[in-house]
Ligand binder design. Structure first.
Ligand code: B16
Ligand code: MG
Length: 220
């Protein structure tokens, strides 16, 4: 049997391909104001890459009040409704610098291309950006039992593409995401600041600097 791909590139979505991190943060901030829980200014970095419910738990941990599961679900739904509403304004103009070129370069090289986002809205976002057709596989966050920093999301992508994790390159903007890639046994490219993403194998400021072929030469 021949494998379909020798290597694969597995991209995170929010904060790598498009900047919905800002919209997620705004929606959480609004919820915090509405329900009267404190909002730590460092929250932006901490929330990145976490699932919706894990993000909510982190937000509520800053409050001394107790919320039961029914109320928590209502809060999560309220935040998501606000976030989904903000997606209606999204288009290809919201692709981050270098994103389209990077995805197309991976396709042109004949390598596997997957999306490993924690977002249950990932398909909607890809459709709005006009890039859904470029991916060989999009991980369904609703089927992931343990979110980032657990390796499950990235491993699910590698498995779907039938590529060994050691032959995969994961690209992430979040600390939790870089941890997820590293514990999956993949090469981790951090997008953002080296101070924050020190655990990555390589940190780039954005996708304009991503060179798929050069990266593959760094694999063991
Ligand atoms: P949703 P990523 C993550 O996406 C976001 O970074 C994180 O802030 C968000 O809470 C999470 O998706 C879940 O999103 O509420 O739409 O299911 O960075 O893994 O692409
Ligand atoms: Mg992200």
């Amino acid at each position: 049997m021949t494998l379909r791909f020798t290597h694969a590139f597995i991209f995170d979505l929010d904060g790598v391909i498009t900047d919905t991190a800002t919209q997620h943060l705004q929606a959480w901030h609004n919820l915090a104001l509405e329900i009267g829980v404190p909002f730590d200014p460092q929250m932006g970095e901490k929330l990145k890459g976490l699932s919706r419910m894990d993000s909510l738990e982190l937000l509520l941990a800053g409050s001394k009040r107790h919320f039961d599961d029914r109320i928590k679900q209502q809060f999560a739904d309220r935040k998501n409704a606000a976030y989904v509403q903000s997606l209606a304004r999204m288009s290809a103009a919201d692709l981050l610098p270098g994103a389209l070129d990077a995805l197309q370069a991976v396709r042109a090289g004949g390598w596997g291309l997957a999306l490993a986002s924690a977002s249950k809205n990932a398909m909607t976002v890809l459709d709005r950006l006009g890039i859904a057709h470029l991916f060989h596989h999009v991980v369904d966050a609703a089927r992931i039992a343990r979110g980032k920093p657990d390796p499950e999301t990235f491993l699910a992508a590698a498995q779907a593409l039938d590529v060994f994790p050691t032959r995969c390159i994961g690209i992430e903007d979040a600390v939790a995401g870089v941890q997820s890639i590293r514990s999956a046994g993949m090469f981790a490219v951090g997008i953002g600041s080296a101070e924050v993403l020190g655990a990555a194998d390589l940190v780039l400021p954005d996708l304009t600097a991503l060179q798929p072929e050069a990266l593959l030469r760094r694999l063991p």
